[in-house]
Every structure is written in C-alpha cells, then in structure tokens.
Ligand binder design. Structure first.
Ligand SMILES: CC(C)(COP(=O)(O)OP(=O)(O)OC[C@H]1O[C@@H](n2cnc3c(N)ncnc32)[C@H](O)[C@@H]1OP(=O)(O)O)[C@@H](O)C(=O)NCCC(=O)NCCS
Length: 148
C-alpha cells in the first residue's frame, strides 16, 4: 500500500464519494478545487490499496511550522484494519518532512473511533471549541502532537 499525493480527477471523485459516505456535512467539490490551486499550502494524500485506488484520504494545511489536518477518512468497508493508523503516521511524517513541528486537528466529541485513532497516534487534547459542529450541534476537541 502506498500513500501518494492526489494526482487525478478520478482521485478527487473518489475522495468526494468517501466524504459523502463518511460525514454528515461532507466537504464540497468547490472547496477541494479551490485548495488544489494552492499546492504549497494544502496537501491532499490518498492511500492506495490493491483493489481500491483510494482506500483512504487525508487533507492538511501547512502554514509555517504548523500542520492542520482538515479531513481524514477510510472507506467504510476497510475500517478497523489499521489503514487509518497507517495513513495518519504517513501524514505526520510527511508534515514533519515539509517542516511542520506540530500537527493539530479538530474532532467531534462523540467520534469515538477517531478519538481512539488519534490518541493511539500520540495526539493529546489541547482545547475545546464549543458548538463547533452542526447537524448535530456538538463541541470539537482540538488535538495536537509534536511531529518531530
Ligand atoms: C476514524 C477512522 C479514520 C479510523 O480509521 P480505521 O482505519 O478504521 O482505524 P484503524 O483501523 O487504524 O484503528 C485505529 C484505532 O481506532 C480505534 N477504532 C477504530 N474503529 C473503531 C470503532 N469503530 N470503534 C471504536 N474504536 C475504533 C481503535 O482503537 C483502533 O486501534 P486498535 O484497533 O489498535 O484498538 C474511520 O473510522 C473513518 O473513516 N471514520 C469516518 C470519518 C471520520 O470520522 N474521520 C475523522 C474525522 S476527525
């Protein structure tokens, strides 16, 4: 399995389908198309698996020494097999390689699977954003870890 930067319209279509399958408020095609125009700030990676061109994806921003993960998801049928862990480790390494000293993200307080994934990867709670999410309204935990 390989972690590669997004490289085609087919990759974007697969990411958008995975967004739809994973989130109540999926990120839009317009957002991705806008972010793809600033490849020095926004980094979008896909995890390739033998039978799946896009088994998982992650998008992060890199601003100065801070990387911020915007989105990360694994295909529903491939969850619970370590792919999220593998992709997240590759993203932290990639962010460090590109100069990040810290990686941050926000996660819904009820997202147990994601909270465990991040805790296992060394992320710790750095704060709370009250009522950050809609549909349903929920707090976000801000998590962070050093990347090097
Ligand atoms: C969160 C997500 C990316 C995890 O990906 P994954 O490939 O299933 O994760 P892994 O198999 O690497 O599991 C990592 C850890 O997460 C925890 N975990 C995974 N799925 C879980 C579940 N359904 N319930 C509880 N814990 C779970 C486990 O602790 C696991 O470690 P362990 O197996 O050693 O105990 C995946 O569930 C997903 O795509 N969810 C929808 C999108 C999402 O919520 N993204 C995060 C936004 S911040």
């Amino acid at each position: 399995m390989a972690v590669e930067r997004i490289s085609s319209d087919a990759d974007l279509d697969a990411i958008l389908a995975l967004e739809e399958a994973s989130f109540n408020n999926p990120t839009t095609r317009e957002w991705y198309e806008g972010e793809l125009k600033r490849p020095d700030v926004c980094f979008i990676y896909v995890l390739r698996a033998p039978a799946h061109r896009v088994a998982a994806f992650c998008a992060f921003w890199l601003i100065a020494e801070q990387a911020h993960i915007n989105n990360l998801a694994v295909l529903p049928e491939l969850r619970g097999q370590g792919l999220g862990t593998q992709l997240l480790a590759a993203i932290v390494d990639e962010a460090a390689h590109r100069g990040a000293s810290e990686v941050t993200l926000e996660v819904r307080e009820s997202n147990t699977a994601a909270l465990r994934l991040y805790a296992k990867a060394g992320f710790e709670r750095a704060g709370v954003r009250k009522n950050y999410y809609t549909s349903p309204v929920e707090d976000a935990f801000i998590l962070s870890r050093k990347s090097r």
